[in-house]
Design a binder for this molecule. Structure first.
Ligand SMILES: Nc1ncnc2c1ncn2[C@@H]1O[C@H](COP(=O)(O)OP(=O)(O)OP(=O)(O)O)[C@@H](O)[C@H]1O
Ligand SMILES: [Mg+2]
Length: 207
């Protein structure tokens, strides 16, 4: 169980990789997959698709009741300025537990000024206990709320042109110059992966 980030420039394969891993690991665990697709562009083999209406019990609860996968697109800002759809979905995921959740373009929900940020943080804090595996894609790592970013387990870094994002990642992930240069010259669909080290450090008894 963990929080995984897939970060990089457009078209580098973030969503494809995140979806692949989410699908594979969820299958191993025997849990369903929910794809949160804010832009309404993704498909997922064999999944139910629900777009542009609130997450009704009939469609979302059935993920747990019947074990099917779901692609969900919440209503846009115009019809749902307070992000009620996503808040409700996050609450249902938290309560339902045992699911793989891919949040594509996660900055929509994980940025400090997003209306859904509280629900998002709540879900991230509860994910381990509830058996929720989280997969977040973004082009803009700086937009992710630090309290969410700090809970990460794995970061998959794809090529990106934006040097500001690269600077940020270099600092956050303690990349060496060599690693930074490798990231900057990655071909499409390739990534470097960082795993969060455990907080335990080697120590010595004081004399
Ligand atoms: N390993 C791969 N081999 C071949 N094609 C791939 C691979 N991974 C992704 N693609 C293709 O490349 C295109 C871009 O991939 P994807 O949508 O996953 O990128 P992305 O980083 O999520 O981009 P965006 O930021 O625009 O969402 C898609 O058409 C996808 O099918
Ligand atoms: Mg994508």
């Amino acid at each position: 169980m963990g929080i995984q980030f897939f970060i990089g420039g457009t078209g580098q394969g973030k969503t494809t990789m995140a979806q692949h891993l989410c699908t594979e690991r969820s299958a191993v665990r025997g849990v369903p997959v929910i794809v949160l697709d804010p832009e309404g562009v993704l498909s997922h083999k064999g999944a139910e698709v629900a777009r542009n209406f609130p997450p009704s019990d009939a469609i979302v609860r059935a993920v747990w009741d019947h074990g099917y996968d779901l692609v969900y697109t919440p209503r846009g800002e115009e019809d749902d300025p307070e992000g009620e759809d996503v808040k409700k979905l996050f609450r249902m995921v938290r309560q339902g537990g045992n699911v793989g959740l891919l949040v594509d373009e996660c900055a929509h929900f994980a940025a400090a000024d997003s209306p859904a940020i509280k629900a998002m943080r709540h879900l991230c804090r509860a994910h381990r206990l509830q058996g929720v595996d989280l997969y977040f894609t973004t082009q803009a790592p700086k937009d992710i709320h630090p309290r969410i970013w700090n809970l990460r387990h794995e970061v998959y870094v794809f090529n990106q042109e934006d040097s500001g994002s690269l600077d940020y990642l270099q600092k956050q992930l303690r990349m060496t110059e060599k690693e930074r240069n490798r990231v900057a010259s990655l071909p499409p669909y390739r990534f470097l992966k960082w795993e969060k080290r455990s907080n335990a450090t080697e120590g010595q008894e004081e004399a």
